[in-house]
Ligand binder design. Sequence first.
Ligand SMILES: Nc1ncnc2c1ncn2[C@@H]1O[C@H](COP(=O)(O)OP(=O)(O)OP(=O)(O)O)[C@@H](O)[C@H]1O
Ligand SMILES: [Mg+2]
Length: 275
Amino acid sequence: MKNNNNKNVIIRTENLLKRFEENLVLNDVSMSIEKGKTTVIIGPSGCGKTVFIKHLIVLLRPTSGKVYYKNKRVDELDEDELSSIRTNFGFLFQSGALFDSLTVTENVLFPIRQHIMHIEKKQADELVASKLSMVGLDGFQDYYPAKLSGGQKKRVALARAIALNPEVILYDEPTTGLDPIRSDIINELIIKLQKELGITSIVVTHDMTSAYKISDQIIMFHKGKIFAEGDADTIRNHPNQTVQQFINGRVDSEDLKALKGGKTTLFNDFTNSYR
Ligand SMILES: Nc1ncnc2c1ncn2[C@@H]1O[C@H](COP(=O)(O)OP(=O)(O)OP(=O)(O)O)[C@@H](O)[C@H]1O
Ligand SMILES: [Mg+2]
């Protein structure tokens, strides 16, 4: 996976380092992402997962290090050049809600309107119908987001993410807030997009059921670095205690003692790793 000459590598970061003032968030992250595969990124809250994927489309610029898309260095491009690179990406952001004042149709067409000056109505209708049927929501064209459930909103956001036929989709916690059945619908959609369209997916999640199900590889971040990586079985059976604690959602025994003792000391956990 670290072979930089691999022609199947579609995205690559080299010694990526990101600092926000005193806060060192990413510390020398070198990662290669293979075309057509699903890479899942896990790690404690605040460890830099969202910051990392924002670098891949240069919504954030590195303090140092490099980002490549198809062997082209992208982190130094200007906004015009980036805008064209970004048409290859779909994203489903953590906070990326739908536009409440727009119908499902207009939400799905939004990236097209952003990047293309004009699209004929017939062509637009066909495109929206095909994207909505991909996510099982054809017929919801005229709904406003307020009438949709949380799971349906995520699926519309996914239809919007695939509007421009992206090669890569970035998902930031796509199943958060959904019940297990609706989460699994999202999992199945991610798998379907990979199988049917050969899409490369990068998925940030806290949902280990989803991570195991959809991933070709799982990468765990900790203290700004890649801490563990491998396929689902490798991570599930990882010998490192910190990995096991994280994937099984267990509190460190020292922290537990502090909790039971009612101490108010800061936890020895992941969240204050950089402070
Ligand atoms: N624009 C910003 N300016 C300053 N600090 C930032 C900015 N964006 C993120 N950070 C800091 O970077 C760190 C990592 O944030 P990030 O959002 O990547 O965490 P995360 O791993 O996605 O967490 P979560 O699982 O809770 O979503 C945090 O300490 C956060 O405060
Ligand atoms: Mg995040």
